[in-house]
Design a protein around this ligand. Structure first.
Ligand SMILES: NC(=O)c1ccc[n+]([C@@H]2O[C@H](COP(=O)([O-])OP(=O)(O)OC[C@H]3O[C@@H](n4cnc5c(N)ncnc54)[C@H](OP(=O)(O)O)[C@@H]3O)[C@@H](O)[C@H]2O)c1
Length: 155
């Protein structure tokens, strides 16, 4: 598949809310056009509520990178169980959970066409309240992206 993307605004990554690093906020204030999205690690095992609320407030998008926790979610038993109900696999549940949220987009990586096909097949089902509550009960403190010397003090 070939995608042509016309970039109309800056798309930074790994910005926190600015609570811990004020220069990030200042960078946004100084720009005539605000960025359209902030790409940060986000998945079912990492809470980003604070950053999400900041992003929504600025009418931006959060682009979830490493949405499969670098592959750790591909065979996650709880996601597999939820997936069985919908005829989907764990990966599809993990990605659906992201895009079902307002102002959240995602960029999964997969090495085969078959996996990429699976990862696109997430627009024909919806996680229900019970699924969302089950996922919400998971511990959400696992960060898999290591950015030595580059990461802000995350919120
Ligand atoms: N802005 C940043 O600082 C930052 C940091 C990290 C990543 N990113 C971006 O985020 C993107 C994705 O993140 P990521 O590569 O770290 O991790 P990810 O997308 O969370 O996970 C990739 C892993 O999931 C596996 N996978 C994908 N689809 C699958 C499927 N349908 N079934 C089973 N396994 C599947 C892949 O396996 P195979 O490899 O075997 O296909 C790979 O091991 C990257 O393209 C990168 O550009 C950005």
């Amino acid at each position: 598949m070939v995608m042509n993307v016309w970039m109309r605004s800056e798309m930074p990554s790994n910005w926190d809310t600015g609570t811990s690093t004020p220069r990030k906020c200042t960078a946004i204030k100084l720009k005539q056009e605000k960025p359209s999205t902030n790409q940060v690690e986000y998945h079912i095992l990492l809470d980003q509520d604070k950053l999400l609320s900041w992003i929504r407030d600025k009418e931006m998008f959060l682009t979830a990178c490493s949405p499969l926790a670098k592959g750790h979610l591909a065979y996650h038993p709880l996601l597999q169980e939820i997936g069985r109900k919908h005829g989907k696999n764990a990966t599809q549940v993990a990605l659906r959970w992201l895009i079902q949220q307002n102002q959240v987009a995602t960029v999964p990586k997969a090495s085969t066409h078959e996996k990429r096909r699976q990862n696109f097949a997430i627009f024909d089902f919806e996680l229900d309240q019970e699924d969302l509550e089950t996922i919400a009960r998971l511990d959400k403190d696992q960060r898999f992206v290591d950015l030595p010397g580059m990461a802000p003090d995350w919120d």
